[in-house]
Design a protein around this ligand. Structure first.
Ligand code: KG4
Ligand code: ZN
Length: 358
């Protein structure tokens, strides 16, 4: 690998349950991206326990940072700037990563950048999964972020972000998790529901509603969640066995798989309807799609098909960078650094609720 192009940015991401450290160079090349999952620690509780997450971050950091430096073939002395997520997220978790980043920057005498988690996701579709230079984001693009906490559309012009739409209730990834949880799937349920839906036929199941938020581009997923939970109940009332049987392949009967396919179709269709409407109002030059739920297979297929029909350049985040990671934080910081922006490590604070571009 050729030598990193300065500035070399070390990124830290600890907003939820993943402890992540990455090194990204001045061309946006990801030299290392290490994500340590805390799944095992949270699994017994069926979801993320904030107290456990903070403690795990502290315990995981030494190994995660050492592995990242080793992968990149550099030591702390080669780092030109340090970035960490300041929010939104679990405040205890954020505090761990932010404090580590601040003290590291201060100790090294290097610039510090406190990055918004969603700004990280927004630019992640431009990263190269094979370690090549990042593609340059155009002056203007629309970003779709679909994750466990957000379902959002942003207009990005020259690095300035304006919010176009947000979910009014649940996030897309969150309802995948909740539907999966109702069926007894282990956490995180979203990817498993998606994989199971691949084996179902939406046309054979009850049709589930695609929420309308009238003229607004906002999203709403709680109605779909309720309808899906009721549809599961209706199957059970009709005598269908909905028990999760991990030893069987597939672990559910066909009726449940069909229902999951119907659920997924409605969830994805809502995103497409908002995009079609937005595109009718202002032709979209480029759509950058990111966030954990951007790994959804149907969403990826449908967005690419729509983009090629509508003439929109759709950039899907590489699967390695769809879930939370620190490469996206380091890259967003590198872009800000190139614009001459830095933060004071003594001032930056962790914020659990932090709108972007509101
Ligand atoms: O971006 P992320 O790692 O964390 C947040 O910032 O929320 O997203 C995690 C979310 C979880 O809700 C997870 O279930 C969901 O993304 N997710 C998926 C898929 N893979 C991950 N949801 C639907 N289909 C998937 N394939
Ligand atoms: Zn995220």
């Amino acid at each position: 690998m050729s030598a990193p192009t300065p500035p070399l940015v070390l990124g830290i991401e600890t907003s939820c349950d993943d402890t992540a450290c990455a090194l990204v160079d001045g061309e946006g090349r990801v030299l290392a991206s290490v994500v340590s999952s805390q799944l095992a620690a949270h699994r017994p509780y069926g979801g993320v326990v904030p107290e456990i997450a903070s403690r795990e971050h502290l315990g995981n950091w030494p190994e995660v940072s050492e592995r990242a430096l080793e992968q990149a073939g550099v030591d702390f002395g080669a780092v030109d700037a340090v970035a960490a997520t300041r929010g939104p997220g679990l405040v205890g978790s954020l505090l761990v990563g932010l404090s580590l980043g601040k003290s590291l920057a201060y100790g090294l005498g290097k610039p510090f950048l406190a990055v918004h988690h969603l700004e990280g996701h927004l630019y992640s579709p431009f990263l190269d999964a094979e370690g090549g230079a990042a593609r340059t984001a155009p002056e203007r693009f629309v970003g779709l972020v679909v994750s466990g906490g957000h379902t959002s559309l942003f207009d990005v012009v020259g690095g300035r972000v304006t919010s176009l739409a947000e979910t009014r209730d649940d996030a897309m990834g969150e309802v995948f998790d909740k539907v999966g949880k109702r069926l007894g799937l282990p956490y995180p349920q979203g990817p498993k529901v998606d994989a199971l839906a691949e084996h179902g036929d939406a046309g054979r199941a009850v049709e589930l509603p695609v929420a309308s938020t009238k003229a607004s581009l906002d999203f709403s997923y709680s109605g779909l969640k309720t309808s899906t939970l009721l549809a599961i109940e209706a199957l059970e009332a009709a005598g269908v066995d909905t028990t999760y049987a991990p030893d069987r392949d597939p672990p559910f009967g066909q009726e449940v798989l069909d229902l999951l396919a119907s659920f997924r179709r409605a969830a994805v269709e809502q995103v497409l309807r908002r995009l079609r409407r937005l595109h009718r109002r202002h032709a979209l030059p480029l759509l950058a799609v990111s966030g954990g739920a951007a790994a959804n297979r149907l969403l990826r297929r449908e967005l690419l098909a729509w983009g090629s029909d509508a003439g929109v350049d759709v950039r899907l985040v590489p699967l390695t960078f769809s879930g939370d990671n620190a490469a996206m934080i380091a890259y967003a910081a590198a872009l800000r650094l190139a614009r001459g922006e830095v933060d004071d490590p003594l001032e930056a604070e962790a914020v659990s609720r932090l709108p972007l571009g509101a």
